[in-house]
Design a protein. Structure first.
Length: 175
């Protein structure tokens, strides 16, 4: 899996012995607040194996996000098929102490660019719970417009989408 770099961050594939990092995300209900129960270590290991397989098949998957100068684990960014539509979905989860510092926007911008420019995906979508105002703000910063509402995991989500042609056009203008 490709290692991606930003000014402050390194996005890299999880190593086979790093299920504990995924568990630090899914095991914290302040982060995965939509769940009724925290994720287990066994579930984290299963995610690790499943997402490694996804990458091998599609080039999409989960990247751990690390601070470049300290190598501290901050969270993860995701590019995976949205179960409801099959479209590539971008997402992220950050440890509580890493939230509010612009890491989600920085990492997601990098992954969005990777998806459109390297993987040449025709469209990337995101789904966000309507009351998740922080993630709504990230979608605006990424330039993903709201399209409609969508049911995901029996919960109403706002559905955002951006196509590759629009992304490229915006970046040519800003270059």
């Amino acid at each position: 899996m490709t290692v991606l770099l930003t000014e402050r961050l390194q996005l890299r594939p999880y190593k086979s012995d790093e299920a504990h990092l995924i568990h630090s995300i899914i095991g914290d209900l302040r982060i995965v607040f939509w769940r009724d129960e925290a994720g287990t270590m066994a579930e984290a290991q299963e995610w690790l194996e499943k997402k490694t397989s996804l990458y091998e098949k599609t080039g999409m998957g989960f990247w751990g996000v690390f601070e470049r100068t300290t190598d501290d684990f901050l969270g993860q960014v995701i590019l995976q098929p949205l179960p409801e539509t099959g479209e590539p979905e971008i997402g992220y989860h950050f440890r509580v102490e890493a939230q509010g510092k612009g890491y989600a926007t920085e990492a997601a911008k990098c992954l969005l660019d990777h998806g459109f420019m390297k993987l040449e995906l025709p469209r990337i979508v995101a789904v966000v719970l309507p009351d998740n105002h922080s993630s709504q703000a990230v979608m605006k910063k990424l330039g993903l417009p709201y399209i409609r509402d969508l049911m995901k995991s029996d919960m109403l989500h706002n559905y955002f989408a951006l196509d590759r042609a629009t992304y490229i056009e915006r970046h040519q203008k800003s270059a």
